[in-house]
Design a binder for this molecule. Structure first.
Ligand code: SF4
Length: 229
């Protein structure tokens, strides 16, 4: 499905956003200093736009871009280890055209899937603060209002899961008042139309320690596929 004029307008607004001074400094500094293995690359260094099929039924919500991942390539979960895990799983279950996501020009297409984040600028220590989440929240709300077909939402990590629930509630798509407990594979039907699923984030902290394994991550998207059938 092609992007609506409203979605394009939202993208233009997001990419110019400077509401969080700490994150603006951090994302620009990471783009200026770079890291040794990407020293030859031109970094994106701006808010990272959501990516995918505007007609998607699956919405994946991450936390925030990585300084040398999304902040470098300019695409959600692209160019870092977390992205390797996410796109491999999405490809396995038919949501991504390729198992690897290297850069904005790699030809990747998502089918029935849209990837966004609770915050769109790379934060220090991979953690936005409460004010920064609040600043970025209207963009998630706007996306949810524009993505009318979404019926399954996967929150990667507790913070993204909570942000997704709060946004679903605020947009009237969750009939459940109390925020449900996060857990890997925990699934909640929030209304006749919407299911929210929690997943551990595929961060290196989780994947290197074995807290999240590939079979565990695959199980999330296998379940999504079943729900969508
Ligand atoms: S995190 Fe969101 S609100 Fe903050 S500067 Fe980036 S795009 Fe703007």
């Amino acid at each position: 499905m092609i992007k609506s004029p409203e979605l394009l307008r939202l993208e233009r607004k997001v990419v110019r956003c400077t509401l969080c001074p700490r994150l603006v400094r951090w994302r620009r500094e990471a783009a200026r200093v770079k890291t040794a293995r990407f020293a030859h690359e031109e970094y994106w260094g701006k808010p990272v736009l959501a990516f995918g099929d505007p007609g998607a039924r699956l919405l994946v919500v991450g936390l925030a871009p990585a300084a040398h991942g999304g902040n470098r390539t300019g695409r959600m979960f692209t160019g870092d280890r977390s992205g390797d895990w996410l796109y491999r799983a999405l490809h396995r279950f038919g949501f991504a055209s390729r198992p690897e996501s290297k850069g904005r020009d790699d030809g990747m297409k998502l089918a029935d899937c849209f990837i966004t984040a609770a915050a769109r600028c790379a934060p220090p220590l991979n953690k936005p603060d409460a004010r920064e989440f609040a600043n970025c929240r209207p963009y998630l709300l706007a996306e949810l209002r524009l993505l009318a077909r979404v019926s399954v939402v996967v929150g990667l990590g507790k913070l993204a899961f909570d942000a997704a629930f709060d946004a679903l509630k605020e947009t009237g798509r969750a009939a459940v008042a109390k925020r449900p407990a996060f857990g890997h594979g925990k699934e909640y039907r929030l209304s006749p139309e919407i299911v929210l699923i929690g997943s551990y984030h595929p961060s290196q902290q989780n994947t290197f320690t074995g807290r999240l394994t590939e079979p565990m991550f695959d199980a999330i998207f296998r379940r999504v596929r079943t729900l969508l059938q």
